[in-house]
Ligand binder design. Structure first.
Ligand SMILES: C[S@@+](CC[C@H](N)C(=O)[O-])C[C@H]1O[C@@H](n2cnc3c(N)ncnc32)[C@H](O)[C@@H]1O
Length: 380
């Protein structure tokens, strides 16, 4: 079944290339991940965690969701309590939502009573799984949709855990001193192949001159990614709320000065299948995840254009500890502690993953507890 899906998707991409000529890598990645019914995230059998191709924090331990619930509580209080909406975009299997709702139901009846939780899920099979996981108990709190829309909610927070790394990216490479964009062609004898062409949109050059360091664009041969979709997405997030809102982004990534440093001259694009990493996105379209790290400087700067201010930025481990992890650690056994280390310590998701909170609303920039130990908004 999966093999058939993969073949059908490859044929679809080949067909598009034969009628349009080589397509941008962004278009290729968009089809590989999001082609309805066939793309990696749109197939009936999409799995995350042990049975899938990669782990995310909610799959490691419920303590992650419990800490996010504490964050939701704090944001609710900062926005004056009252009715509050959580929108979670790209919820995957739904474990984060379950852990947040379980925690609030048990520990904050007032907020649980006032809360609406909205899931934005593209894949009907994942939505069905989420409905089963949340059960009748939480279902009265939860609604589902396929896209962000204007004025969906008044006050609240949008949660994006490992969402932005799954947005399709443009690939670029410097050749002969010029910035070129990678396009994907197809020939029966060699399969998918890359060709260089001038950038498809002017925003690509603008992005590199804004975010890549140094006087010249980037060194000869340098290859990297450009995620332009984040910009329009920030505007959509803002428009989804009629009142004040927070945006909480948790993902692997770097500030621009680190992202576009000399040691990352092959970029950060990676593919995952069966918990094995590969740099080749053409071997298995639809059968493997394709992902790129997040440029948190672009997120903060474009956020500013949409009226957001950066309320916090730091590594995930520091954030979770600052939020008060000790409140829940007492009840944990040895096996739990081992898993939780993977969310916290250097060399794990505690360091690779960063947390950024943006705020769009009136008054002073709120001080969030999760960034009390360290807040690097200013280095972006
Ligand atoms: C790496 S997975 C993370 C899933 C989940 N948040 C977790 O942490 O386990 C990325 C998810 O984002 C979803 N996604 C990407 N773009 C989206 C969009 N525009 N709207 C809703 N979901 C999207 C993908 O379909 C996929 O399920």
């Amino acid at each position: 079944m999966e093999k058939e899906n993969g073949k059908a998707l490859s044929r679809k991409i080949e067909g598009r290339i034969s009628s349009e000529g080589p397509i941008t890598f962004r278009e290729f990645m968009n089809m590989a991940l999001y082609e309805p019914g066939l793309g990696y995230y749109m197939r009936p059998g999409t799995e995350i965690g042990k049975a899938g191709d990669f782990y995310t924090s909610p799959h490691l331990h419920p303590v992650f969701g419990q800490m996010v619930a504490k964050q939701v509580e704090e944001m609710w209080a900062l926005l004056g309590k009252g009715p509050f909406t959580v929108i979670e975009q790209g919820p995957g299997k739904g474990y984060l939502a379950k852990d947040v709702l379980d925690y609030l139901e048990a520990g904050n009846g007032e907020l649980y009573g006032l809360l609406s939780y909205h899931m934005i899920e593209l894949n009907p099979a994942l939505e069905e799984f989420q409905r089963g996981l949340l059960g009748e108990r939480h279902q009265k709190k939860v609604s589902w949709g396929k896209a962000l829309q204007g004025k969906m909610a008044e006050k609240g927070v949008l949660l994006a855990n490992e969402l932005l790394d799954a947005f399709p990216v443009h690939l670029v490479r410097v050749r002969g001193g010029a910035l070129m964009e990678i396009r994907v062609g197809y020939a029966p004898e060699k399969g998918f192949y890359e060709v260089l062409a001038p950038p498809s949109v002017p925003e690509i050059e603008k992005y590199i001159s804004e975010f890549a360091p140094g006087e010249k664009i980037l060194p000869e041969g340098y290859r990297t990614e450009v995620n332009l979709d984040v910009r329009g997405w920030l505007r959509e997030v803002k428009a989804a709320f009629s009142g004040a809102l927070f945006l909480l982004v948790i993902d692997y990534g770097y500030p621009a000065w680190d992202y576009y440093g000399p040691e990352r001259d092959r970029g950060t694009l990676m593919c995952y299948r069966g918990h094995r990493a590969s740099e080749n996105p053409y071997r298995d379209p639809g059968g493997a995840d394709i992902t790129a790290h997040v440029n948190f400087s672009a997120l903060a700067r474009w956020g500013l254009d949409s009226g957001f201010r950066c309320a916090g930025f730091c590594p995930q481990g520091t954030y979770l500890v600052s939020l008060g992890l000790e409140d829940v650690l007492g009840a944990m056994g040895q096996a739990d502690i081992l898993k939780i280390k993977g969310l916290l310590l250097p060399g794990t998701m505690g360091q690779t993953h960063k947390v950024m909170a943006l705020y769009n609303g009136p008054g002073e920039l709120p001080a969030l507890r999760g960034f009390s130990m360290r807040n690097q908004c200013r280095v972006l």
